[in-house]
Design a protein around this ligand. Sequence first.
Ligand SMILES: [Zn+2]
Length: 242
Amino acid sequence: MSLLDDLDRGLLDLIFPRDCAVTQEPMDEGERLHLSDAGLALLPRIFDPRCFTCGHPFDGWLEGDRTCPHCLDLNPAFHRALCAFRAQGPVRHIIHRFKYEKSPYLADDLVAAAIQDTAFRRHLAGSHLIPVPLYRTRLQDRGYNQAERITRTLAQKIPGCSWSPALLKKHPTASQTRLGREERRRNVAEAFSVNPNYPIRPDIRYVVIDDVLTTGSTLHACAKTLRQAGASMVDAAALAHG
Ligand SMILES: [Zn+2]
């Protein structure tokens, strides 16, 4: 997002006073520009117990094995993934808006809300964050990569974090949204490569960042690419679990 886009947003705010993206009520001044305290309270957060590997929330207490059946099947290349919210209700709505309705600034407020979760913040602290990349034609169509916007904001707000666009998308892939679990995995396998401008180091902990984790296939493919390039510590995180 360029400075010009942010200035445009500022002008729009003057002409159309800002409303909360959840409650539609007028916003007061505060850190979050489009998410009121009342809206924040309505976001469906994920609490323990959750799958240790993918962060999938379990309804009820879990004894013994803390990995869900999906992860036993996937055997992901990332060690652990964590998500702050369920991709439901107002969270699904906000993500849809910042992803498909040219409202990338909404990601900033969802990030601010996500890092209020201590477990989520600790999962990222001190790490090098890498966004899931878009293929260049998709990037041109959308005008921005929402995962990169999330990553940049996380790196600004969490102590000790840095970030780089160290992954590239090698070729376009079909949208994952209508594909089954196995189809998703095949769709994104071998779709990523390491950006040669950002050498991967074995002594750095990397966390791959996406907006939504559904089956984990995309984050798995990204993590596998980083491991093949020499990374030894790779985790993942998304704002929401779908
Ligand atoms: Zn899992």
